[in-house]
Write a protein that binds this ligand. Structure first.
Ligand SMILES: CSC[C@H]1O[C@H](OP(=O)(O)O)[C@H](O)[C@@H]1O
Length: 365
């Protein structure tokens, strides 16, 4: 998407033809920094420490990590070691495993001498495919926003609540949950977005809000606990979020706090949609609550908050006593029964095994 008057993806091949350049999201919205990463270890660090984050972007970044490995040692053993190193960075987003498997399965089928060229080609394809998947999500989600707008008085605003950042910063471009919002805004539908700040890392306050400002989408930053209150008062027409892993039965794993939004939405008859590209579907898992590993991140992310001081310095401050231990589960699971629909690149599916197989018949059986 555009940053100022220049178009950016979140990740791109460096002119050296081997490293990748990334937007280092840790410093947004206060500083726009590009980092060049040229080793598998560097890719692992960038994912683990959330220089890049968001399920689809994590997958693409890992794909380039496998490509980098082929330049140093393309052997099966070295690829296996790289697979393990990258896979262990973050356990929840299925796109990571999906992309690593895509790359390793391809490369194992080739002679060592052909692996580097094929790896970079495939990694670039996965990045381009992500954009096309998100365009499809945008088109399909736009129909929902159009239908809501049609029931309102002419010019009346469609109020959408979103949690965390499932925007273009979570993907290569366009985003998943934000793709329909950007298309709706572009065609003149009056949309307004309630942006959950999304503690503890504030992906909403720091990233989604930055995206909304950058694209002129009217929005209001709210604390995570305000969503239910707003829904009770009819201030929210729909909720749309992303996901890091959705099961074959339609259970949705997403940023911590999503489940609570889904409960409030159900209690107030607010449609609750999840936007996802098909690589985010884990066809091997049915019961999300039982089977999806939930990443536990450092409690320091809860106790320490990044921000910009009055003097313009980007710094961390402690918000809790030194002696307090903080828990930090990074995701939760929203049962399919609370999900109105799954907005995929192929259409909107009911959040169920049958609903997903209507759109993905090749997954039957
Ligand atoms: C389009 S996937 C976005 C998804 O990823 C975020 O998690 P994190 O920032 O920890 O990588 C969050 O769950 C978003 O919904």
């Amino acid at each position: 998407m555009n940053v100022g008057d220049r178009h950016y993806r979140t990740i791109w091949l460096n002119e050296d033809g081997r490293s990748v350049d990334i937007i280092d999201q840790r410093w947004l919205p206060h500083d726009f920094r590009i980092e060049t990463v040229g080793t598998v270890d560097g890719i692992a660090t960038a994912i683990r420490d959330m220089w890049v984050r968001g399920a689809p972007l994590i997958g693409v970044t890992a794909a380039y990590g496998m490509a980098l490995q082929t330049l140093d040692d393309p052997s099966d053993e070295a690829l296996d070691a790289a697979w393990e190193k990258l896979h262990e960075t973050r356990p929840t987003a299925i796109n990571l495993r999906w992309a690593l498997d895509e790359m390793r399965n391809l490369l194992r089928s080739l002679p060592n001498g052909e692996r580097a060229k094929a790896a970079y080609k495939r990694a670039a394809e996965i990045a381009d495919e992500d954009i096309e998947l998100n365009r499809g999500i945008g088109r399909n989600g736009l129909e929902i926003i159009r239908a809501i707008a049609a029931k309102k008085k002419p010019g009346e605003t469609v109020n959408i609540l979103t949690h965390c950042n499932a925007g273009w910063l979570a993907t290569v471009d366009y985003g998943t949950a934000t793709a329909p919002i950007y298309l709706a805004a572009a065609e003149g539908i009056p949309v307004h977005v309630y942006v959950d700040e999304t503690r503890p890392r504030n992906q909403g306050a720091q990233l989604t809000a930055w995206e909304m400002v950058g694209h002129g989408v009217p929005h209001t930053l709210i604390v995570d606990n305000a969503g239910g209150h707003l829904m009770q008062r009819g201030a929210v027409d729909m909720v749309i979020v992303g996901t890091d892993r959705t099961t074959a039965d339609g259970d949705v794993c997403n940023k911590i706090g999503t489940y609570l939004k889904a409960l409030a939405a159900r209690d107030n008859d607010v449609p609750f949609y999840v936007a996802l590209p098909s690589p985010t579907i884990d066809w091997t898992v049915g019961d999300g609550l039982k089977e999806i590993p939930i990443e536990e991140r450092s409690g320091d992310e809860v106790s320490l908050v990044w921000g910009k001081t009055a003097s313009g310095e980007i710094a961390q401050v402690r918000v809790s006593p030194e002696g307090t231990t903080a828990g930090n589960p990074a995701f939760d699971v929203t049962p399919a029964r609370l999900v109105t629909g799954l907005i995929t690149e192929r259409g909107v599916a009911k959040a169920s095994r049958e609903g997903l197989r209507e759109l993905f018949p090749e997954r039957r059986g």
